[in-house]
Design a protein around this ligand. Structure first.
Ligand SMILES: [Zn+2]
Length: 222
């Protein structure tokens, strides 16, 4: 099963990527992780990426696609993979398409975890963090409490900058602007699966697996 995973901020994309990777026994290829790994191992691509980052530049599409290629051709990916964090723009989408052609990959599924924007904003702005233990709690669960239910610290709740409404709306806007042309591009291939990201983690996982099964025409897990 070859999957390209998309998810708007606040829908738990990273969590689902890990669960799906374990459930289907396919590697989770996160562009952030493979980039860090290449830099750590000081591979030629890692060195090139590091030099760009040191200059404060973005790592080029060319380096990213080469890193992805290096991963996809490894034997660990022979039964599939879940690609997370790429493509982020239309050019990258086209390059990935070309790479898939070269590698004779023609069965990749696009899984898009999405949710109503107002609902995401409501959820994320409801988050509170504990200054003492750093755990994230839901405002509704701690309403009226003065002490953290996890570590017991008094008056320790605060709203992180990342959970403030204008910051969330800005991230959603950036995601939408970057991803929409990519999804439009893949739409023509009729291989995308839309998943409602506002259910429980278990329900989202189940829906993804079910939809992948349907799309494949046979069972994904034995
Ligand atoms: Zn705490």
């Amino acid at each position: 099963m070859r999957i390209i995973l998309f998810g708007s901020p606040g829908v738990g994309k990273g969590t689902q990527a890990k669960i799906i990777s374990n459930t289907l026994n396919i590697p989770h290829i996160s562009t952030g992780d493979i980039l860090r790994q290449a830099v750590e191992e000081q591979t030629p691509l890692g060195i090139a990426a590091q030099s760009a980052m040191k200059k404060g530049e973005l790592v080029s599409d060319e380096i990213m696609i080469s890193l992805i290629r290096d991963n996809l051709i490894q034997s660990k990916c022979s039964n599939g993979f879940i690609l997370d964090g790429f493509p982020r723009n239309l050019l990258q989408a086209k390059e990935l398409d070309e790479l898939f052609d070269q590698l004779k990959i023609n069965d990749a599924r696009i899984v898009i975890i999405s949710a109503n924007e107002e609902e995401i904003v409501r959820r994320l702005t409801n988050r509170r963090a504990c200054k003492n233990c750093s755990n994230i709690l839901n405002y509704n669960d701690i309403k009226g409490l003065t002490a953290c239910p996890i570590c017991g610290a008094e008056e320790s709740f605060y709203q992180r900058n990342d959970d403030k409404e204008d910051v969330i709306r800005n991230r959603l806007r950036i995601y939408k602007e970057a991803t929409e042309p990519v999804l439009t591009y893949f739409q023509d291939k009729k291989n995308e699966i839309y998943i409602n990201g506002l259910l429980t983690i278990d329900e989202v996982t189940k829906n993804i697996i079910d939809e992948l099964e349907k799309a494949k025409g046979n069972k994904v897990i034995a």
